[in-house]
Design a protein around this ligand. Structure first.
Ligand code: ADP
Ligand code: MG
Length: 266
């Protein structure tokens, strides 16, 4: 019987920009791939940063996530290889920014991505990571409807928790209407600076408010993570021993451990 949890689909979302969604999509994806998992990143942000950060220029491609959602292009025609083994991407262009306007009136508008992922191509992967835009727009709702769970990067800075209540309301809405099984995989602290009191305070607040939803792994502020995209590489490849890369391996292991299934005894 096909496993309904395979591929495991994770939306990486937070309506704030600049909190580390794309960095997490790229580097968690690369870390999972390094651990032997087959990973597809879906770039659902019209800015296309996950695509360019992996050296894929959507403007050179016939089909992108725009055609996937708007024109029923098959997933197989959108997926591109990256320079990382086992890591593929469905790239995005700025065209995608017209989604709310162009598709807002369609009755099936929140199911477009879910339908697009119900394909044999999707079944080739162990994990699908969706890099969401910085909004709670129709694109993000499509990601939430298509996903098993959400991973929320939280930048360890002032006002980090502000806006989370809005996201929680959206999650509740999606659960009540289109995806009752949607879970919160966790909140991951990003750009964490151990020496900074503010980082520690945000962590204490987040753990106090959200409890176990806050993952153990913290992603440190690390310059290698911000440099790597300009070399069109995940930090995992650009500098595998950097603190940033190591933290994303820890995150991948933490997430995998939660879903470890008992192995058959030989
Ligand atoms: P989002 O996708 O949420 O808008 P990004 O992942 O693009 O956020 O990150 C915003 C900026 O911060 C980018 O320039 C990125 O390189 C940088 N950045 C993200 N995470 C880290 C980190 N842990 N350490 C240093 N820089 C980071
Ligand atoms: Mg982004």
């Amino acid at each position: 019987m096909p496993d309904p949890m395979r591929p495991r689909i994770l939306a990486i979302t937070n309506q704030k920009g600049g909190v580390g969604k794309t960095t997490t999509a790229i580097n968690l994806g690369a870390a999972l791939a390094a651990l032997g998992e087959r990973v597809l990143i879906i770039d659902l942000d019209p800015q296309g940063n996950a695509s360019t950060g992996l050296g894929v220029f959507a403007s050179d491609r016939d089909n992108t996530t725009y055609e996937l959602l708007h024109e029923d292009a098959p997933l197989s025609s959108v997926v591109c290889r990256t320079s990382v083994e086992r890591l593929d991407i469905a790239p995005a262009t700025t065209d995608l920014s017209s989604t709310d306007v162009e598709l807002g009136a369609r009755e099936d508008r929140v199911f477009l991505l879910k339908d697009a992922l119900a394909s044999e191509t999707a079944a080739n992967y162990d994990h699908i990571l969706i890099d969401c835009p910085p909004s709670l727009s129709l694109l993000t709702v499509n990601a939430l409807v298509a996903s098993h769970a959400v991973l929320v990067p939280l930048q360890a800075e002032f006002f980090a928790l502000e806006g989370l209540s809005q996201l929680m309301l959206t999650l509740r809405d999606v659960r009540e209407t289109a995806n009752p099984g949607l879970r919160i995989e966790g909140v991951v602290l990003t750009m964490y600076d151990q020496r900074n009191n503010l980082s520690q305070q945000v962590e204490a607040d987040a753990r106090g408010t959200l409890g176990d939803l806050v993952l153990k792994t913290r992603i440190p502020r690390n310059v290698r993570l911000s440099e790597a995209p300009s070399f069109a590489l995940p930090a995992m490849i650009y500098d595998p021993l950097s603190k940033g890369s190591q933290a994303y391996v820890d995150l991948a292991e933490e997430i995998l451990a939660r879903h470890a299934r008992p192995r058959e005894i030989a």
